[in-house]
Ligand binder design. Structure first.
Ligand code: ZN
Length: 77
């Protein structure tokens, strides 16, 4: 059984899918029974999500559409 300290230590690995299924299961179970860690992981997830969104904003929607329109379509023959 994981304790709260262990959860906080592996929380980012959990969110990154870097844990094997046994550990993931242990984390999920702990989050299910522990409101404190549940909130901690949710907050961490939001923080990581916010950090990861920034670099993606360097490509605008217009640029992405431009790139997609330049990909040769294979289904047209
Ligand atoms: Zn806990």
């Amino acid at each position: 059984m994981l304790n709260c300290k262990e959860i906080t230590e592996i929380a980012s690995d959990y969110l990154d899918n870097n844990l094997d299924w046994r550990k993931r299961f242990s984390v999920r179970f702990h989050l299910f029974i522990c409101e404190h860690c549940n909130r901690f992981v949710k907050h961490l997830e939001l923080t990581i999500g916010a950090m990861r969104k920034k670099p993606r904003q360097s490509a605008t929607e217009e640029e992405i559409r431009h790139i997609i329109s330049n990909i040769p379509r294979q289904d047209e023959s």
